[in-house]
Structures are given as C-alpha cells and as structure tokens.
Ligand binder design. Structure first.
Ligand code: PSV
Ligand code: MN
Ligand code: MN
Length: 388
C-alpha cells in the first residue's frame, strides 16, 4: 500500500472545500427537474445536509449561499444554526438571472432603472454577508446576446465596469468580490464575461479585493485549464474555484467524474503555484445532482478533491525539475504520470480512521439512516433553486 508522508497528511488535514447550498436542492435540465425525497425545504435544512457531509469527511466546513434562493428573515439565526452544526456560512452568490427585468442584461443593461436594480441586489447581498460573517461575494452574470448586432458589446463592458465599481465600493476591508466567467449559456452569441482575461481585466481595474473565480466547467472543450490556473496564481488574482466536471457544456457533474486526469493537472498547478490551503484561494464546489442522491454526491465530490490533491502532492518535484532541466521529455512526463496513477485511497481510508472519521464516508452515510429520516420528516413545502 502506498503510504503518505506526515507532511502530506498534515497538508491534507488543513484542506477545506466549500459546499454550495444549491447542491442539496432539486435541479435538472430544461427538460425535467426530478424531485428527490428528503430534499431540503428551506436554507436551514440545506445547511443541515451540508453539515452531514462535513461530519463524515471533515472536509467541508463552510456552505455557500445563493440570494434570493436562500432568503431568510434572520441571517444571524441562520449563522447560529450553521455554527451549532459545526459549519460556517461562506460565499454569498448573487442572482440576476431569474427576474423578468434581467431578460436583456443586469449589470450591463442600458436601461438605468434595471442596472440600478441589479447593483442594489448586490449591495443587499453584501448586507447579508455582514450578517453571516461571509468574506466573499461571488458574481456570475448570465448576460450577453444571441445575435450579432443585437447589442453594443463595448457599451455593455463599460457599464459593467461602472456597476462593479459601485459594488466594490460597498465592500468592507475584509470582504472580497470574485467575478466568475463562462464562455456561453444562457447567451449563445456573446457573453459579457466569457473568459478569464475579461474577468481579470474587470477585477484588476477595481483593486486588490476583486479577484477571478474559475469554474472548471466554464471553458470550451480542449481548453488547458491548468494553464489558466498557473497564470492567475502567478498574477495573484485567483480568488476561488468552482469545482465540477463536464463532458459537453456546463454539466455541473461530480468533480473528477468526467476527467480525473484534468483535475489532477489542475491541482498539480495549484500546488506548484502555492494555491493549496492558501486563504486567498477558496476551494468551492459548484454542482447540481440531477439524478443521484445529493448528500452522497457531495461526499463523493469532496473525497475526489482530497484524493486528487494527495496525488498532486506526491509529484516528485526534484525529479520533475531535473528532468525538465535536462530536456528529458519522457522522464518529466513519467514523473507526473507516476503520481497520477498512484492509488492513494487505502492510505486515505486508514488515515481517516486514525482521526476518528469513517474510513469509508460513503458507506458510513448509507448506514447512518439520515436519508430515510429526512425523507420521512421533510414532506411538503417548496424549494428554491434551479427548478424554481
Ligand atoms: C451557472 O453557470 C452557474 O453554474 C455558475 O457557475 C454559478 O456559479 C452558479 O450557476 C450559481 O449561480
Ligand atoms: Mn460556478
Ligand atoms: Mn456554471
């Protein structure tokens, strides 16, 4: 069995991966949202489910909120509820994509009334952050156009900068803004923040508290995502990850499911660039579980990140540098592949058990009776999220 050094285990022990509250809600495609028994009826129940993932893995100490999906009267009570369950409230995500007014844009809109409304929504999100103790405001914009000529792309970019400046000005000293990019969808011709370069240009103009959010599912097929990770770390502008995996578009599948090797390559650059366990670089999941059970879906996801991080930490850096310096192409590649092909699962299971955690968190969850209990308890009610 492969053993992991104490240094690697100590690094893994500090790993924290934020869970998205919406992963626990029902979601689907434009064809159908399949409901699941026991789905949370309110943000309190979403946090209880997230806390279950953390209880079994010790990997997920924070939960991201989405406003208004997670609207509550009293955020201090929500914060207390989370802390009672051993987790904290994390990133606040804004939502300017489910309101009729935003059909043709929000922070980029030429109609000043609508743009004001979208800016005010973000200011309200920062109010929520003040109450929840959250550090980060995550902005993903569903803005763009479907047809050439439909919009003045330049004017929209200028208005976006002005809108972001107004939002940025409201941040407290210890708060940050992360701007997420996505190459297409819901718009199909142009998107206002389509790539890391645009996000970087926008946040660089704002200041140190504005950074880029890299969602692994938001790139064209074949994109070398680890290169982008390297570059943003190099520039000190990688604020956060939204981890998930994809086969075709923004599939939001379990991280590491579609392309484990890509996850390994990304994490190898994170390690290389000092982004691991770096408080400036938040690790988050952004996933939807359309057909699988949601809590085990999240457990599997955080375990996949942990496993792949362990493999990235196994890369023999000295051997790699020596091979690179000698232009030994095949030897350098072999160093990476040796680490990637190392099965770290038995060592991680043993390590978990030694810390009083279940060796197999998936099995422990299945045996816990939590799922049948919430299925019996949570009857009725509506649930906000993608299906809303
Ligand atoms: C839509 O693409 C999206 O998946 C973005 O990645 C956001 O992070 C997420 O929704 C939540 O708004
Ligand atoms: Mn995302
Ligand atoms: Mn997405």
């Amino acid at each position: 069995m492969t053993t992991l050094s104490n240094e690697i285990l100590a690094t893994l022990e500090s790993q924290a991966i934020e869970l998205p509250s919406w992963a626990f809600g029902n979601s689907g495609t434009r064809f159908r949202v399949f409901p699941t028994a026991g789905t949370p009826r309110d943000p309190f129940e979403k946090i209880a489910d997230a806390a279950e993932v953390n209880r079994l893995t010790a990997l997920a100490p924070t939960v991201a909120l989405h406003i208004p999906w997670d609207l509550v009267d009293d955020y201090t009570a929500l914060r207390r509820h989370a802390e009672d369950l051993g987790v904290k409230l994390g990133t606040v995500n804004s939502n300017t994509f489910q309101d009729e007014d935003y059909k043709f844009g929000a922070l980029t809109h030429h109609d000043e009334r609508i743009r004001r409304k979208a800016i005010d929504h973000h200011l309200a999100c920062i109010d929520v952050m003040d109450a929840t103790g959250s550090r980060d405001l995550k902005i993903w914009l569903a803005e763009g156009s479907n047809y050439p000529g439909q919009n003045d792309m330049r004017g929209r970019q200028d208005r976006l900068q002005d809108s972001l400046e107004q939002i940025y000005a409201r941040l407290a000293d210890d708060q940050r803004l992360v701007l997420e990019y996505k190459f297409f969808e819901p718009s199909f011709y142009h998107t206002d923040v389509p790539d890391w370069g645009t996000s970087y240009a926008q946040v660089a103009a704002l200041g140190d508290k504005a950074l880029v959010c890299l969602d692994t599912g938001h790139h064209a097929p074949g994109t070398n995502i680890e290169f982008i990770v390297m570059q943003l770390l190099r520039l000190g502008k990688l604020g956060s990850f939204d981890f998930n995996s994809r086969f075709y578009a923004d599939d939001d599948l379990i991280v590491g499911a579609a392309d484990p090797f890509q996850l390994f390559r990304i994490l190898t650059e994170v390690v290389r660039g000092g982004g691991l366990n770096n408080p400036d670089v938040a690790f988050m999941l952004d996933q939807c579980h359309n057909i699988e059970d949601k809590i085990p879906g999240q457990i599997r996801s955080v375990l996949n990140v942990q496993e792949m991080t362990a493999r990235a930490l196994l890369v023999d850096r000295d051997a790699l540098t020596a091979a690179q310096q000698a232009n030994d192409v095949l030897a350098a590649n072999a160093v990476l592949m040796d680490a990637f092909y190392t099965d770290v699962r038995p060592a991680l299971a043993e390590w978990r058990a030694s810390r009083g955690l279940p060796a197999d968190p998936m099995a422990a969850f299945a045996a816990s009776g939590y799922l049948p209990r919430i299925a019996a308890e949570r009857v009725g009610g509506t649930q906000a999220g993608w299906g809303a």
